[in-house]
Write a new protein. Structure first.
Ligand code: GLC
Length: 438
């Protein structure tokens, strides 16, 4: 009797985990699904839309009243995509070292970059581009072995059934029929994207006006996972996603999210804005990237193509210099995990997945040997990543009667320094073992 009860219980559990799929995903199953993302480290965000025509803020410029809605929409006429070369885009992305890209399929202005059958407000029907711009890019990404991400704004300020239109004008307050019709529209477009492009990742945005309940976020995320059980969702679907998305501000200490991705502009704008010259230098971007991967995150670095589809020179330069650096330091970046907690080394670091290799990142020229504290392991070998030079080290302050490990001093000569960030590789005698102050 007892046994049959147990069998029923186990069977029931098994059955519910198959029926409800992602609902009961185990941590191991999730880790498997997230693996490519955790290993990827670098993605390229692409904000491409009609806002590039005037070179103004994406969607927000009319919402905030810097331009009228009518004038904003006049940009449709200038969105030509006439030099759009998705092959070149994918190649640039690949060269940067990125493993995935996220393209804005639809921003808050509601203009779809694909030939959606649920609205005429799309580049095929309403702009001289006259065609679906997502398909050829998706194809090129896949050809280059890059994962495909699609950004999608859930709110749509152009849709007549979305309650809000601009900061000052609401279309309506409470009207459940209209809201339901909007939810249906948002559902239809998301499912259309899922079926048509089979993205590896959905990057949602614009959930902030309403609660998860009102957006039916749980139901929506379950539907998407039915469409593709492997798909990854960012968390901007009222938290019903897989990973955190800090925006612009580099976290100071390691975030609590197991998976996270910092999205960041190259200058101060997401879309193409020729008047915004406040570009970070390639050196600054590389140093931010090192910080991010040292804390176990990904960097989603944004570019904003022009209305004709070409990518601004400054952005190409950053991608290229970043690419040189990522190529040189491949093993220290991709497939690694977060490095030492703060206090052990002056700078970011990463660890190989098996935790037997430690990589130290130096964005400075040292005035003496660099130092690692609290390392209990024996060191087998130290070299300069991407250069191969062996380095000398010695241990100081190791008292035979104390359990505190000595200080590991490593000599890094000037001639091995990278012009951006130097990476020192340390082969340990086994899995890293750190001393912790009691
Ligand atoms: C914000 C902004 C949006 C931008 C996005 C990128 O949510 O509303 O304009 O596209 O961040 O992360």
């Amino acid at each position: 009797m007892k046994n049959s009860l147990l069998t029923t219980l186990i069977l029931g559990l098994l059955l519910s985990s198959t029926i409800f799929g992602q609902n009961t995903e185990t941590p191991e199953q999730k880790a498997n699904r997230m693996q490519w993302f955790a290993d990827a480290k670098l993605g390229i965000f692409i904000h491409w839309g009609i806002y590039s025509v005037n070179g103004i803020d994406e969607s927000w410029s009319f919402y905030n009243g810097y331009i009228s809605y009518e004038d904003y929409m006049k940009q449709l006429d200038g969105f030509t995509a006439k030099s759009y070369n998705p092959d070149h885009w994918a190649e640039l992305i690949k060269e940067s070292g990125a493993r995935y890209a996220v393209l804005t399929s639809k921003h808050h202005d509601g203009v779809a970059l694909w030939d959606t059958k649920y609205s005429d407000l799309n580049v095929m029907k309403k702009t001289p581009a006259g065609r679906d711009l997502i398909s050829p890019f998706v194809k090129e990404l896949r050809r280059n072995d890059l994962k495909v991400g699609l950004y999608f704004s859930q709110l749509d300020w152009s849709h007549t059934d979305y309650p809000h239109f601009t900061k000052k004008t609401d279309r309506y307050k409470n009207d459940s029929t209209r809201w339901d019709s909007f939810l249906q529209f948002r559902h239809d477009q998301i499912m259309e994207l899922c079926k048509k492009f089979k993205p590896n990742l959905f990057w949602f945005d614009g959930d902030w006006d309403y609660s998860a309940e009102k957006w039916q976020s749980k139901e929506m995320s379950e539907e998407i996972k039915k469409c593709d059980p492997k798909v990854i969702l960012n968390s901007r679907i009222n938290g019903y996603g897989d990973y955190g998305t800090p925006e612009q501000g580099v976290p100071i200490t390691k975030p609590n999210d197991k998976y996270w991705e910092l999205c960041m502009t190259m200058n101060d704008s997401w879309g193409y804005q020729p008047n915004d010259n406040n570009y970070k230098t390639p050196n600054q971007v590389i140093r931010i990237f090192a910080d991010v991967i040292g804390m176990g995150g990904n960097l989603l670095l944004d570019i904003g193509p022009k209305p004709d589809g070409t990518i601004p020179e400054e952005q190409i330069n950053i991608l290229e210099e970043l690419g040189e650096w990522t190529k040189k330091h491949n093993d220290a970046i991709f497939g690694t995990v977060a490095g030492l907690p703060s206090g052990y080394f002056n700078g970011p670091s990463t660890l190989s997945k098996d935790s037997t290799m430690l990589y130290l990142y130096m964005d400075y020229k040292p005035t003496g040997p660099i130092v690692v504290k609290g390392l209990r392991n024996k060191v087998n070998r130290i070299w300069v990543e991407g250069n191969g030079t062996k380095l000398d080290w010695d241990i100081k302050m190791k008292a035979y009667w104390s359990s505190v490990p000595g200080l590991l001093y490593i000599n890094v000569p000037d001639d091995v320094l990278d012009k951006n960030v130097t990476v020192i590789a340390i082969l340990l005698d086994g899995v890293i073992d750190l001393y912790k102050t009691e």
